[in-house]
Design a protein around this ligand. Sequence first.
Ligand SMILES: Nc1ncnc2c1ncn2[C@@H]1O[C@H](COP(=O)(O)OP(=O)(O)OP(=O)(O)O)[C@@H](O)[C@H]1O
Ligand SMILES: [Mg+2]
Length: 491
Amino acid sequence: MNARILLVDDDRALLDALPEALRLRMDGIQIDTSETAVDALERIKQTDYDAIVSDVKMPGMDGLALLHEIRELRPTTPTLMITGHGERELAVQALRGGAYDFVQKPIDRDYFVASLERAIQLRTLDRKVEQQRLALERHARVLEHVDDGVFLVDDDGVIQHWNPAAQAITGIAPERALGRPAEATLPGWDAVAPVIPIAAAPGPGSLEAKVIPLDLDGRELWISISGVTFSDGIVYAFRSLTEERALDELKGEFIATVSHELRTPLAAIYGSAQTLLREDIELGEPDKKRLLDVIAHESERLGRIADDILFANKLDSGQFALGEKGVDLRVLARDVVEEMRACFVARTDISIELAAPDTLESVAGDPDRLRQVFINLIDNAVKYSPEGGRVELAIAPRDGGIRIAVRDEGIGIAPLEQRRIFGKFYRVDPELARGVGGTGLGLYICRELVRRMGGRLSVSSEEGKGSIFIVDLPVQTAGGAERGAAVAQTA
Ligand SMILES: Nc1ncnc2c1ncn2[C@@H]1O[C@H](COP(=O)(O)OP(=O)(O)OP(=O)(O)O)[C@@H](O)[C@H]1O
Ligand SMILES: [Mg+2]
């Protein structure tokens, strides 16, 4: 037995004799002795004994007072009290005070050893339980820090654990999960649970996670989830795939959009070419010219779509460098506005205006790319103004920079969509219910370009009233123009 005990008694003779007797009977036991309660307390503070044996009657602080202190200091250390013969009253008091057991003088050594052994065993068990408790606590703490959502569903289908990641991913607080049936917390759970792969043990070779949708407060959450059986339930681990899913969906939409966008000009080109090729009808020069115009125009449009796709890809892959020089936005804006007016001459319901101050500081940027940004914004402003109206490009200095605002009186953009429209391939109306086409790349490209010029592109809009797209650019700093050596590589 690898135990250490403390023996407290003011009787020197007993302190000499008892340890000897104990050592003979209890192999490997280590015994410290104290003649006074005060000295004993000092030792107890230093050492976590497996058991303490104390006389009840001692001068100064007596055994009961010492017991009280021990209970405070070391509440789990079993303490045996030695009482005088016939002092039943004291023995009862000791037990009430939390003593583990008592022995009467003269000491019955067999009983004493047996009791002490039990006390030491108890203490050892106690320590083990404590260690396990700490280990469990540690495990629980580890679970609090994993990235994956983890929850335990017991055999009755009730959620018994819900870690912070589970809360973060689902938005469901532990109070709404713990102690409740899984189906109540995760609507649809009963239907999806049977398809979730459940392994008998964790580790390599465990089953591949399943991707399932959960319907949480009206929003769909896609998770990848798997489980491992546990003694009284199943531990599930999951992560959110909603963003990846959304991206996949976006890709799908993009393909639909692009193929629609490609098919429309292709159909026009094909139809015109077929007509030109027909031998059974005689076409006059004006008709031929019109058909060829269609072919040229639509081919150009196809080229533009392909360019946009390639360009967005180039922006993404970082193979793109912007030129930088001092740009006079007033000149640039005038050119762009003239060009767009020419482009949209057929839209007699639209007027494109320019508002610029007499003087303006230069901005540091890539003039070709800035031009691309303004064209895209004005193109949108006209496209999304089916009822016509005024489109205005306004330039003004602001907060040490320059603000360019493209304002329209068109259909406007719902608040929820205002952040998304800058996403790649995102279109508010992918089914073209409004009959206006596009690839959804325009604003993505604009925002990326403006960002790379140290600026910011934002929108404010009201549905049915119109939109304002705002580009904020920093003015050129002294010496900025010299850095214009880097030329855009756009081939
Ligand atoms: N001025 C605007 N008014 C209303 N909605 C707009 C406006 N500008 C953009 N949007 C919305 O934002 C979406 C994204 O615009 P974006 O310019 O990126 O793509 P697109 O115009 O559809 O295609 P393209 O790549 O040909 O420009 C549009 O589909 C449209 O729904
Ligand atoms: Mg556009």
